[in-house]
Design a protein around this ligand. Sequence first.
Ligand code: KG4
Ligand code: ZN
Length: 348
Amino acid sequence: MKVLGIESSCDETGVAIYDTENGLLAEKLYSQVAIHAPHGGVVPELASRDHVRKAVPLIQDVLKQAGITLQELEGIAWTAGPGLAGALLVGASLGQSLAWALDVPAVAVHHMEGHLLAPLLGDDPPDFPFVCLLVSGGHSLLVEVRALGMYRILGDTLDDAVGEAFDKTAKLLGLPYPGGKPLSDLAQHGDAKRFRFPRPMINRPGLDMSFSGLKTFTRVTWEENLASSQDTKTIDQLKADIAAGFQEAVVDTLTKKCQRALKQTGLRRLVVAGGVGANRALRQRLRETIKQHGGEVFFPALGWCTDNGAMIALAGGLRLAAGQYKPDAVIRVRPRWSLEELEPPGVS
Ligand code: KG4
Ligand code: ZN
């Protein structure tokens, strides 16, 4: 079954065609980063308008890349939430209209389900069940994944999401938006031991997380030390040391929480998904630690960690192939939508 997937929940227009028999046929991604960067964050109205401009040409591109016509599509999937309402509406209206026009089944996909299934796009996909660490710009979740649509949230962030903490810290240090990647590049040149960043909630039982304290610690450390730094070289080193200390604290905290989640559930497979899953230091530490403890860890390819259309086409394809299809006469989006509300295909 050839399924078109459309992702437009935030600042990336992603489009892909996934074939449930033959895998991913084509994908295209357009990032709006350059549009939002001058504003230091995503401007919702600009995001929606740009999705409108880019979605149709991208669909034409993926059809060409896959070597099929619009009429050969057998299903349509789009991100219906969570995300920015206006941005989501672009993908939902386009997807739903295409499905009506082509008279093919359609499915509204949960963005985070797309993220957590993304490793299934790779050559070495994990089997169910597994624990998923879902770390993006808007979410920091530990999820027990029993099967498609069977999700239990084990831990959540009490304040900032990890990606958000990366972005805010990077902004403070004057790095470009989105700051996760630039901050992690800078951290490679820093001394993670110069400042002792707190390890939020590590000593408390449970799997919830909190990252706003780290952000405050960064600000105080930056302001205190900047005053005594005279030349550019010292300031650059200060920035790198703060970046390294911050990243080390995040990696330490996430690793401990993942180990705890595996122990608590009795599972041995860990999947890491979402934009922060692209972080090199996190990937390395989790690989070492989880292996040492007899577990296995899976990461999507870097391009499938951050937002993309392939993960939405995949999630939609799996659900449609399993028979999930209820014709809908309304275009609906769900800017707030918990993963736990999802059900396996065929339940309702
Ligand atoms: O999953 P994603 O593309 O979008 C959301 O659904 O939020 O995640 C974007 C987030 C941003 O906060 C970005 O700074 C962060 O992922 N990110 C990283 C890295 N690459 C992207 N954070 C740390 N290290 C990276 N290499
Ligand atoms: Zn995302």
